[in-house]
Design a binder for this molecule. Sequence first.
Ligand SMILES: [Fe+2]
Length: 250
Amino acid sequence: MIDFHTHILPGLDDGADFLADSLVMARMAWAEGTRAMVLTPHCHVGKYHNGRERIITQTSVLRQHFWEEGIPVVLFPAAEVYLHADLPGQVVDGDILTINDMGKHLLVELPFGRVPPYTEEVLCTLLHLGITPVLAHPERCDPLVANLHFLEQLVSQGILIQMNAGSITGDYGPVTAQRAELLVRRGWVHLLGSDAHSINQRPPGLSRAIRQIAGMVGGTAAHVIGCANPLAVLEGGNPSGFNQTLAPVT
Ligand SMILES: [Fe+2]
């Protein structure tokens, strides 16, 4: 399994504070089947200044520590970028790290609990720039899942969805779990992440979620979400298979 959303790079955001935490989190993830992690520290103007060079450098440092500690989890650099009106311009300027620095996909976080009026325009501008937005855990954004037609429109235009493992397992409550299941059953979920922030709060781990997804839509679809799709995106390609057929909104 590939964990597509983690905050284990130490000291860069509200995730792991120290290297020791990162090492424990990686060992926890490995023990339950995660073989690779995408490092996605927050990138938020005025709050977290995590530009491309900084994240790539810190990823190399953490890789070295993993090697010295004998932790075989493979690390890929990326960022969880906060949506704002100037995001496309910032991406063009080159200081925003795309997923695995391939210049093809960007993990985008919406403001908590609201969908700004410029959301679709920003996402579509990124698409026109050749960069596919990956929406970070939309199932946790009330107004977004309240309007499934808008979400369907985004997905049909090629925008990808990353769901949090804890959403489907009920860690955020039954309402979020129901929404997560709905998105999975519609075939709108492309990628899965733990969104791990610490050893205790939102720890890493995908296996329970993968088992539940397999129970809902089958083992092949679970494999696509947990392994095949993330591999494709990390290589700068497009997800395939399970998510190509969209169920109609009813
Ligand atoms: Fe996150």
